[in-house]
Design a protein around this ligand. Structure first.
Ligand code: ABF
Length: 234
C-alpha cells in the first residue's frame, strides 16, 4: 500500500514516466495538470531532448502545464491550430471502477475537460490512493463558477443535495481564482448514484462554467504503486 508522501511521490513519478512512453513522433498531446502529470511532462521533455521523438506538440490544460512544458522544452500549440488531439495524459482526484473521474483539485478541470475530451485517447495517470469504489467518497466535486453568480449557484447546488464551500487560497486570505479568472466551489455529496446525471444538472445551473465530474471520457488508467520498495505501474 502506497501512503507515505515519499512513496506516493515515487508512485506518481513511475506512472508519469510510463505515460510519457505512450507519446509517438508527430503527435499532438494534451498536457495535464497536477503533480503526476508534471512528471509526465518532465519525462516527455527528456525524450524530446534525447531525440527519441520528433514533431511532438503539446496543448497545456493550465498555466501550470504551460510553464512546465516550456521549461521541459516541449513545443506548444493551441486548439485553434490543430484539427485533432492524438493523446491527452492527465491526473485525477478519484477514479471509480467504470473509469469515471473527479478532477479539479488543481482548479484546472474546465480546460482539462476541453482538452482531454477532444483527445482521441485520454490516459489517466494516478497513484493507487485515487482508486475509489464510488465517486465522491473521498473528494468533493469541484465546480468553476463566474464570481458574479456565486450566491445563486451555491443555493442551486444545495438544491441538488450538495454541501457547497468556496475554495479558499492556502493562506485563507481570499478565494482560489482559476486560470479563467473564476471561483471554485467544492461540493460534498452524501452519494453520487448517477455521475452522468449530476454532471449534466450541475452544468445546467446558470453561472456554472464546468464541473469536475468526467464521465465516460477516460480510456486507459495507469496506476502507480510502490510494492516492497519497488515503484510499479499497472
Ligand atoms: C489535475 O491534478 C486534476 O484534475 C486533479 O485534480 C489533480 C491530480 O493531482 P495530482 O496528480 O497532483 O495528485 O490533473
Amino acid at each position: 500500500m502506497t501512503t507515505a508522501p515519499e512513496l506516493v511521490k515515487q508512485a506518481k513519478q513511475a506512472v508519469g514516466k510510463q505515460a510519457a512512453q505512450w507519446v509517438e513522433s508527430g503527435m499532438v498531446v494534451g498536457l495535464g495538470t497536477g503533480s503526476t502529470a508534471a512528471f509526465m511532462i518532465q519525462f516527455l521533455g527528456e525524450r524530446l531532448q534525447r531525440g527519441e521523438l520528433q514533431q511532438v506538440r503539446g496543448i497545456p490544460t493550465s498555466f501550470q502545464a504551460m510553464v512546465l512544458a516550456r521549461q521541459a522544452g516541449i513545443p506548444l500549440t493551441t486548439l485553434d491550430e490543430v484539427s485533432e488531439i492524438d493523446l491527452a495524459i492527465d491526473g485525477a482526484d478519484e477514479v471509480d471502477p467504470q473509469k469515471n473521474l473527479i478532477k479539479g483539485g488543481g482548479a484546472a478541470h474546465t480546460r482539462e475537460k476541453i482538452v482531454d475530451g477532444l483527445a482521441k485517447e485520454f490516459i489517466v495517470v494516478v497513484d493507487g490512493s485515487k482508486l475509489v469504489a464510488h465517486l465522491g467518497s473521498t473528494f468533493p466535486v469541484p465546480v468553476e463558477v463566474l464570481p458574479l453568480a456565486i450566491v445563486p449557484v451555491m443555493r442551486a447546488l444545495e438544491q441538488l443535495g450538495g454541501e457547497p464551500e468556496i475554495r479558499m487560497a492556502v493562506k485563507k486570505d481570499g478565494p482560489v481564482i482559476t486560470d479563467q479568472g473564476n471561483m471554485v466551489v467544492d461540493v460534498k455529496f452524501a452519494e453520487i448514484p448517477d455521475p452522468a446525471s449530476l454532471e449534466m444538472h450541475i452544468n445546467n445551473i446558470p453561472g456554472v462554467l464546468e464541473n469536475g465530474l468526467f464521465v465516460g471520457l477516460a480510456g486507459r488508467v495507469l496506476v502507480g504503486e510502490v510494492t516492497d520498495g519497488q515503484p510499479q505501474v499497472r
